[in-house]
Design a protein around this ligand. Sequence first.
Ligand SMILES: [Fe+2]
Length: 320
Amino acid sequence: MNTYPVERLREFATRVFVSCEVPKEDASTAADVLVTADVWGIDSHGVARLSAYFEMLKRGLINPRPQIKTVRDHPATAVVDADNGLGLVVGPRANEIAIEKADPRFAELLNQMYEELEGAMPGFRTFKRKLGLLISSPSARVFYHFDVPGQALWQVRGRKRIWIYPPTKPFLPATEVENVVRSLAMEDLSYEPWYDEYAEVYDMEPGDMLHWALNGPHRVSNLDSVCVSLTTEHWTPEIRRSYAMHYGNGILRNVANWSPRSSSLDGPAFWAKAGLTAAWRKSGMQKKQGYKRVLSYKVDPDAPLGVVPLDDKDRLTVNL
Ligand SMILES: [Fe+2]
């Protein structure tokens, strides 16, 4: 296999785009996006795609000199008309617009929240923190699912009920976690009404915060009021080990056809799985699989649940 220095690849890709009449500055942005994907190990979206872009530009399927315009502009969103330009150029431009719109106070708030928690709990150290703002209607529900990173829900306005279930079989089969961490499935789980007998139920009021066991399945119903909530997610060294353990167990179960029994986060078995996980991800085997999601419903405000099923012919398969 031939390898090439990053700089050379960047320069080569830039020249290819320029040869297709892409302006120099845009060509360099596009080349940078492709090369960065390779550097990050996402080869599927890297320089391997250059020939496809070359073909599309040569056939006139992509506009090399688009007039990129913001056609609708609101405080939190913008609609950008890309004029059929290269996504590699329009994407970064749209990202810049989105970043300019983000209120820096949300990042400050997130850090302040976690600094207070870490201050109160010696040894609790978080990274890859994320904050989500949820504004939901009085009848909104979140169906039974689990999340991979650590989670907390912070109620700001309105009331909602949350059911939290044990992160163990049968509420959360180990195979489900393994498939989600390996990107073979989404986080939704099959639910049985009798699970509720084992749930902890909380009615959240403004000012309440709830945090639950890692991977604990949960579902949520708003209690007849518009709700404003914040969700936070975070990783800790232990969560990262749990991820590696599930990933390793998944490979052993599916590829080596062996039923792993250990969920230990230390010791030789764990480190062997961590090594297996790293080698597997590096090998690129994971990318050859991937999960297909079928969109089988559409939003309908008049339907009792707010959604109606799609006919077979209208279903859409999306690669994730
Ligand atoms: Fe969740």
